[in-house]
Design a binder for this molecule. Structure first.
Ligand SMILES: [Zn+2]
Length: 288
C-alpha cells in the first residue's frame, strides 16, 4: 500500500474528535510494530523519524527505513520529521518524501521563530507537506525520563493566535504542563489554558509527551482540540521490558527469536494508544 497519511488525516481527526497517533521510532522493529498496530486497528498513523532517533540510527538509514516501511504498510502511514531545528534537514527530508515536518523554533526569540516557521511553511507546502510548529519549549529529555521534570514554559493563547495567523502553520504543538519522558511525579495538565488556546486557534493542536498520561486526561485534551498525539517513551519501555523481562534467553542464535517479543510488545502498546485516542464511545465499542 502506498497511501500515506497526509494533512487530510489530521483534519479528519480534528473534525471527528479523535487524535492521530504519532509514534517515534528508532529502529526497524519499532517501525514494523507501529505499522502493524495501525493495520490491526485500521487507523492512519504517523511514523516519526527525526531528531533524537536520527542521532541513534543515522539520518540517511533511518529516513530510508521509515519511508520504506510506511510505503509497504497495510495502513495509511505518514512519515513525519519531529523536532527539526535546521532548515537544511527539513529540505532534505522533504526531498526524500516526508509528508510532514515539525519545525521547533521554541529556543528562538518569538519574531525569529515566526520568520523561520513561515519559511518552513513555504518550503513544505511547495512539496505538498504540512507543518507543525512550537512556541514554548517542552521540559524533559526525549530519550531518557528524568524523575524531576516540571514544565517551565506554557503556551500563551493570544501569542498562539498571532503566531498561527502570521506563519500559516497547519498544526500547533501546545505546552500546557506536558513534558517529554515519564517523570515520577504526575504531570498536571492545564485544561483551562488548552480551552483558551482552542478558542483562539482553529488549526489542529498537538500534544507532545503523552507517554504516562492517564487515558482520561488524554481524552479531555482531544475534546479540547488536540488532534495529534506524540508517543515515544512508552514504546521504548515496552521494547525494553520485553527484551529484558524474559526469564530465559531464546534457544539458538536467531535474532528474530530474540527481537520478535519486543516487536510484539511495541505493537500492543501502539494499539492501546490508537484505541485511547479514539472518541470514548468508539473506544468502548472497539474494546468489547
Ligand atoms: Zn516533542
Amino acid at each position: 500500500m502506498t497511501c500515506l497519511a497526509g494533512v487530510e488525516a489530521l483534519r479528519a481527526a480534528q473534525r471527528e474528535g479523535w487524535a492521530l497517533a504519532a509514534f517515534s521510532v528508532y529502529n526497524l522493529e519499532q517501525a514494523h510494530a507501529v505499522c502493524e498496530a495501525a493495520a490491526a486497528e485500521d487507523a492512519p498513523i504517523l511514523l516519526q523519524a527525526g531528531s533524537s532517533s536520527f542521532r541513534y540510527a543515522g539520518r540517511e538509514p533511518l529516513a530510508a527505513l521509515a519511508l520504506a516501511v510506511a510505503e509497504t504498510a497495510e495502513a495509511a502511514v505518514g512519515v513525519h520529521l519531529d523536532h527539526a531545528t535546521e532548515l537544511d534537514e527539513i529540505r532534505w527530508c522533504l526531498a526524500q518524501g516526508y509528508g510532514s515536518v515539525m519545525y521547533d523554533g521554541s529556543a528562538l526569540p518569538l519574531e525569529q521563530n515566526v520568520e523561520r516557521t513561515r519559511e518552513v511553511v513555504e518550503l513544505a507546502h511547495a512539496s505538498g507537506a504540512w507543518v507543525e510548529a512550537e512556541l514554548a519549549g517542552f521540559a524533559g529529555d526525549e530519550d531518557a525520563s528524568a524523575d524531576d521534570v516540571t514544565a517551565t514554559e506554557l503556551t500563551d493563547p493570544s501569542v498562539a493566535e498571532r503566531f498561527v495567523a502570521a506563519t500559516g502553520v497547519d498544526a500547533l504543538a501546545v505546552a500546557i504542563g506536558n513534558v517529554h519522558g515519564i517523570p515520577s511525579r504526575p504531570v498536571v495538565l492545564d485544561f483551562e489554558r488548552l480551552a483558551a488556546i482552542r478558542a483562539r486557534v482553529d488549526v489542529p493542536l498537538v500534544l507532545h509527551g503523552a507517554s504516562g498520561l492517564p487515558d482520561a486526561d488524554v481524552q479531555r485534551t482531544i475534546g479540547l482540540g488536540v488532534a495529534k498525539i506524540n508517543v515515544n517513551t512508552e514504546l521504548r519501555r515496552a521494547f525494553r521490558d520485553a527484551l529484558l523481562g524474559r526469564a530465559e534467553p531464546p534457544a539458538g542464535d536467531d535474532l528474530g527469536s530474540l527481537l520478535d517479543p519486543a516487536r510484539a510488545a511495541v505493537r500492543e502498546a501502539a494499539r492501546a494508544k490508537i484505541r485511547a485516542f479514539r472518541p470514548t464511545s468508539v473506544a468502548a465499542e472497539a474494546a468489547r
